[in-house]
Design a protein around this ligand. Sequence first.
Ligand code: F1P
Length: 575
Amino acid sequence: MSVPVTEAVNPITKNVDVASPLEIVSLLHKCDKEIFEGWNEYKSLYDEEVLATLDKIITVAASIIENAASGLIVLSGCGTSGRIAFLTARTFNAKLSELSRTPCFKYLIAGRDKALFTSQEAPEDDPVCGVEMLKEITDGKTKVLFIGITCGLSAPYVGGQLQYCMENLGVFTPVVLGFNPTHLARNNPIEKWESTFLQVINKMEEMKSSSNVFILNPVVGPEPITGSSRMKSGSATKVLLETIFTGAILSAKSGDRPWQTKSFIQSYQVVCNNLYNAKGSMEAVAQIVELAGNSLKSNGSIYYVGEGTLGIMGMIDASECPPTYGASLSDVRGFLDRGYKSFRNNDGDLSSLGLHFQISFNDMIKDILPHVKPFDVVIYITSDGNVDQRMTKCLCKKALISFAPKSSTVISTDVEVNMSLPKEALISLIGETAFQQFSMLFEEISTKWILNAITTGTHVMKGKVFQNMMVDLKVSNNKLFHRAIGIIQRFSELSLEDSKDCLLRSIYNTDNLSEEIRERPISCHIEAATPLSQVVPRALLSAILSCSVSESQRLLDKEPVIQKVISQTLSGVNQ
Ligand code: F1P
């Protein structure tokens, strides 16, 4: 098999594009369970080698926490991986402060803090920029644990950083975190760099037995929407990072942990399996999908409103919709109580960058609530059932996701999802004290699973997905450029070269591709494609129908629902 697992098609969701909202939620839940159940013959989260690697990383992390004046733990990634890095650093710095210890976590994200809200995918392909940013934040530190997260084992930004760490092993302990077997790491040339990501991984493989170099790459199976690594891979990233740092914090505190690494991972599995245990909860989430899907179909918006990390989960989920589904920045937005004061990002208040960087409840009260449309949907996410009353004064659809008993809910909504953690089972795995200390992490992952289901379901309802493939993707980085060619090749059965030509014809809006265009570096094609819409559907239709770019655009203008126009074309209607 030469397709990376993270880019493969998941058979469970093959017909998700024609499923009902309830079926969609159920299929996505089935896929999430695979995170823990493992996939095919590959090593799973529970593999002995994975657990042993986690234990070794926990020991390194604990020693840095104990010597925080000279040490640092850096979590780095692109897109969703960078956002999970941010959230994890924020969570564990707060935990260290609570324990009167020095916070020693930092995060890096390609494109800096703007990328926490809007995708900044060009810097993801830039290894030099990755190294510069790493040097900048580790300046003066003598011991650094570096965890480079790239779900597809592909991001050049992270590749450059890992390589730099390996050249400076006196200071750095490099860890790569991703979800493909090493031989399926990306082997494409990287511009401005002498090696491919696969070569970096191979080097790590060579060094790992003799040095402090770690590869953490369990396989969690293909994504429910092909290649959408924000979903299962993003969740598995959260599980693994939190398993490492809860373990490290407690090891540093008492010299011992009251649980095995395996038990901590099992506690997330118990949470996943119990997610929809309460009667009617899966139906309630499906109802939210239906409300929100109908809203997007009528050009309405979805607003997440939450406090603390649950609010941040909403913001992260919202930020992923434009790059994943070509959504507009206003389709799904997240708002957080006290805005940047609570967000605590590296660069502070970014609200002057524009509307979509304004994230506080006050911003929403001022700019959104007076103008909501009756079919817009506000989704409140709350741990204790409380919702700021100022946020409820709007005439639109309302939904609530709460981790408190129904009786403590203070507002009335159209749909209410009452979640409860499987407390007894969690206590038996990690003990009462740890449950009290870390139950928030389980509420966060539950929220992630539900919100991912909501935004995936709504975009499926909007017709953005064909079978289980997001076809109208933005061609905005190297990984997505190659994914786009793969999609054209798959449905048109053209050769790789011809599929690439089709994509280029669509990007440059021409039927006569010159040699000069063909020979431009991929980064040029990406720059040209990023601001355009419908690049891949246009290329795909002209590939299937052997027609001109303008002819395929005409078909798209006639039937803007991508799912319909592609299934019609494949069944011969547009021939
Ligand atoms: C990083 C990433 C994804 C995003 C999109 C583009 O991927 O930004 O988070 O959803 O697919 O790439 P990776 O380096 O973690 O594989």
